[in-house]
Design a protein around this ligand. Structure first.
Ligand SMILES: Nc1ncnc2c1ncn2[C@@H]1O[C@H](COP(=O)(O)OP(=O)(O)OP(=O)(O)O)[C@@H](O)[C@H]1O
Ligand SMILES: [Mg+2]
Length: 441
C-alpha cells in the first residue's frame, strides 16, 4: 500500500465500515418502521373499508370542494354506481337540484363555521328521488384546517313507513278500545236489564190485574143495563143492584182505573229513564237535575244488585247541571255499583250519596262503609282495566270511563280520603236556572 494512501489506515477502514453498517442498520430499522406503518395504514383502510361496506346509512367522504374521496357500499348500492365511478365526482350531483343546493350551502357554511349541518334532501337513487336525513360534518387536519367533510344520510322512507305502521296500529288499538267501551256499556246495560225486567213486571201486572177487575165490573154493569133496557120492574132492578153489588163496584171501578193508569205511568217513567240512559254521546248537552238523575241511577243499581241495600241521599234536593243526562247517570251507576260491591259482605252495609255545590260546580259524593281503596291501588284505579275483582265480575273500565265522561263534561272525578270508599264527582252547574244555595250556607 502506498505511503500517500497512508490516510486510509486499517483503523480508518474499520470506521467507514462501521459507519456503513450503522447506516445500513438504520435503513433496515427505517424500512421496518415504514412497513409497520404501511401495515397499520392497510389495517386502517381495511377498517374504514369495512365500515364503509357495512353501514346501512349512506356515507361519503369529500374534500374541501365537495369532490368524493370515499363512499359507503350502501351509497353505491343506492345510486347503483360503482364506487370507482363515484370517486372524484361532485357530491352535489347525487342529489336532486334542491338537495344539491342544500349540500353546496352546507359545504360553504362548513368552511366558515365548522358546525355540522342537518337537513332533509332527496338522493337520486336508481328508483328515483328518495328522502334522506342528511348530516354533513367537517373533517379537519391536525392543525385545525378544514380538509373536507363527511356526509351521513339516513333513509327516511323506511322511517316514514315504520311511522305509518305505528299510526295504523295505534288506530287499531283505539278501535279496540272503543269496542271495549261499547262492551262495558253493554255489560252495564245487561246489569240494568235485570233490574228493568223486574221493575216493569210490577206495574205491568198491576195494570193487568186492574184491567181484569174492570172487565169483571163491566160484565156486571152490562147485565144490569140489559135488564134496564128490557124494561124490568123497579123492584127487580133494586134487587139486581144489590145482588151484583153495583154500588161497591162503582167505587172499585174508580180505584181500578186509577190503579191501571198509575201502573201505566210507572211504565212510562221507566221507559223514559231507559231512553235517557241509552242516549249516545252525540246527544246535545242539556240542563237537568243532578239529584233526580242520581236517584234514578241508584235505583237501577239497587234493582240489579238484589242485595237489598238502598242508597241514602243527603244534601241538596235539587241542583241543575249541564251535560248529557244518560252519561252522568252512567257515572253515578258505576260509582254506586262499586260501592254496592264494596259493602256486599258487611252486616250493616251503608251506601250514601251526598249532593252539594261550590261556587260554580255541583259536587256529588258517593260513599260506602266498605274497606275503601287500598293505598297501593290509589294511583291505579282510574286506569282502564284495573280491577281487583275476580275474572268475570269486573272489567276494570267503570272508573276509567266515568273519569273520561266527567272530564268531557268539564268536570272531574276523584277519590276522596275515606275511611271507606268515597268518590267525588264535580260537574259544572247550569247557569240558565236559579240554583239552591250551598248546603253549608
Ligand atoms: N267504593 C270502592 N271501594 C273500594 N274499592 C273500590 C271502590 N270503587 C272502586 N274500587 C276499586 O277500584 C277498582 C276499579 O274500579 P272500576 O269500577 O274501574 O272497575 P271494576 O268495578 O273492578 O269493574 P267494572 O266497573 O268494569 O265492572 C275496583 O276493582 C276496586 O278495586
Ligand atoms: Mg266498577
Amino acid at each position: 500500500m502506498a505511503e500517500g494512501d497512508g490516510n486510509f489506515t486499517d483503523g480508518a477502514w474499520t470506521d467507514v465500515l462501521a459507519a456503513v453498517d450503522r447506516t445500513y442498520a438504520d435503513l433496515i430499522a427505517h424500512q421496518q418502521k415504514l412497513e409497520e406503518q404501511s401495515e397499520q395504514l392497510h389495517e386502517l383502510r381495511r377498517f374504514i373499508g369495512s365500515v364503509m361496506g357495512s353501514v346501512s346509512e349512506i356515507m361519503a367522504i369529500v374534500d374541501r370542494d365537495g369532490l368524493i374521496e370515499e363512499v359507503s357500499a350502501s351509497l353505491s348500492d343506492t345510486t347503483r354506481s360503482e364506487p370507482a365511478a363515484l370517486i372524484g365526482s361532485d357530491l352535489a350531483h347525487l342529489f336532486v337540484p334542491a338537495g344539491a343546493k342544500a349540500i353546496t350551502e352546507a359545504l360553504t357554511a362548513l368552511r366558515l363555521s365548522r358546525s355540522a349541518a342537518h337537513f332533509e334532501a332527496d338522493v337520486m337513487t336508481a328508483d328515483g328521488p328518495a328522502p334522506f336525513e342528511i348530516t354533513l360534518s367537517a373533517r379537519v387536519n391536525d392543525s385545525g384546517r378544514l380538509i373536507g367533510a363527511v356526509l351521513v344520510g339516513r333513509p327516511l322512507g323506511e322511517l316514514r313507513q315504520a311511522y305509518s305502521e305505528l299510526e295504523q296500529s295505534h288506530q287499531r288499538l283505539q278501535e279496540a278500545q272503543t269496542q271495549l267501551v261499547r262492551n262495558e256499556k253493554l255489560a252495564s246495560l245487561g246489569r240494568l236489564l235485570a233490574g228493568v225486567a223486574h221493575e216493569l213486571n210490577n206495574p205491568i201486572s198491576f195494570v193487568y190485574a186492574n184491567t181484569h177487575a174492570l172487565e169483571r165490573y163491566v160484565t156486571r154493569f152490562e147485565t144490569y143495563f140489559e135488564r134496564v133496557q128490557d124494561g124490568a120492574e123497579r123492584e127487580e132492578l133494586v134487587a139486581l143492584r144489590s145482588e151484583l153489588k153495583l154500588e161497591r163496584n162503582l167505587r172499585n171501578l174508580r180505584d181500578a182505573i186509577q190503579g191501571a193508569s198509575e201502573g201505566a205511568e210507572r211504565v212510562r217513567d221507566i221507559v223514559a229513564d231507559l231512553r235517557r240512559l241509552s242516549a249516545d254521546g252525540t246527544a246535545a248537552a242539556d240542563a237537568f237535575d243532578l239529584v233526580d238523575t242520581a236517584r234514578v241511577a241508584a235505583h237501577w243499581v239497587e234493582r240489579g244488585s238484589k242485595s237489598g241495600v238502598t242508597t241514602r241521599f243527603t244534601g241538596l234536593d235539587n241542583l241543575t247541571i249541564r251535560g248529557t243526562p244518560g252519561h252522568v247517570q252512567q257515572i253515578v251507576m258505576n260509582l254506586v255499583q262499586n260501592a254496592m260491591d264494596a259493602v256486599r259482605d258487611l252486616d250493616d252495609p251503608v251506601v250514601g250519596i251526598h249532593v252539594d255545590r261550590d261556587a260554580d260546580r255541583a259536587i256529588l259524593t258517593v260513599t260506602d262503609n266498605g274497606p275503601g281503596v287500598a293505598a297501593e291501588h290509589r294511583d291505579a284505579i282510574f286506569d282502564p282495566f284495573f280491577t281487583t275483582k275476580p275474572v268475570g265480575q269486573g272489567t276494570g273500565l267503570g272508573l276509567s270511563i266515568s273519569h273520561k265522561i266527567a272530564e268531557e263534561h268539564g268536570g272531574s272525578l276523584s277519590l276522596g280520603p275515606g275511611p271507606g270508599g268515597a268518590f267525588q264527582l264535580a260537574l259544572p252547574l247550569s247557569t240558565d236556572m236559579p240554583q239552591p244555595q250551598r248546603e253549608t250556607e
